[in-house]
Design a protein around this ligand. Structure first.
Ligand SMILES: [Cu+2]
Length: 190
């Protein structure tokens, strides 16, 4: 079997649009130096004597080298307080958060940093989540991307659906706070 490409930061120098971050009771943990760990099978499946498929093994059946490259990045910290079972993004729960603004027609990179000890399957409605695996030529297209505890993961979005969309962790008990509205706005070309 072909060796998986070791996942790495495929777009290290993209302009990042700053988003508000709040540290407080909602955020009991911050990861020191989050790494891409797409070749990590995860807790319970490491070194068990079997080969376990990981996100690093996922390949689009069709070539994707011609897909547009991202031009902008946002970073979403997945945050929480395990003792009080509170969940948020960037330390801000849904009810206190402004919508995330995506611009119609852009190719956006979304990087998640999971500052908690649980997996979060992040699900964006209305648009595809194209997972960065380290292989620019076969980028898999997904509905939901699972971000491992303490890890970092990036996806790309072709922002092709105007309107208001939901972006949230798919675990029922997390999505109360770990939830955002995404507003896709039309832009005036300068
Ligand atoms: Cu979650």
């Amino acid at each position: 079997m072909e060796e998986a490409v070791i996942p790495m930061d495929m777009n290290p120098n993209l302009p990042v649009t700053p988003l508000p971050i709040k540290k407080g009771p909602h955020t009991t943990m911050w990861v020191e130096s989050p790494q891409y760990r797409l070749d990590d099978p995860g807790v319970g499946l490491r070194n068990n004597g079997r080969r376990v498929l990981t996100y690093a093994d996922l390949k689009n059946y069709y070539p994707t080298a011609h897909w547009p490259k991202p031009t902008r990045e946002i970073i979403l910290h997945l945050t929480g307080n395990m003792e009080r079972y509170m969940w948020s993004i960037n330390g801000i729960p849904y009810e206190e958060a402004d919508p995330l603004i995506f611009y119609y027609g852009e190719r956006l990179r979304v990087t998640f940093i999971n500052n908690t000890m649980m997996n979060h399957p992040m699900h964006l409605h209305g648009m595809w989540s194209d997972l960065e695996t380290g292989d620019e030529n076969h980028i898999p297209r997904k509905h939901t991307v699972i971000v491992q505890p303490g890890a970092k993961l990036s996806m790309r979005v072709m922002v092709d659906a105007p309107g208001r969309w939901v972006f949230h962790c798919h675990l029922l008990y997390h999505m109360g706070g770990m939830f955002r509205e995404v507003t896709v706005v039309e832009t005036q070309k300068a």
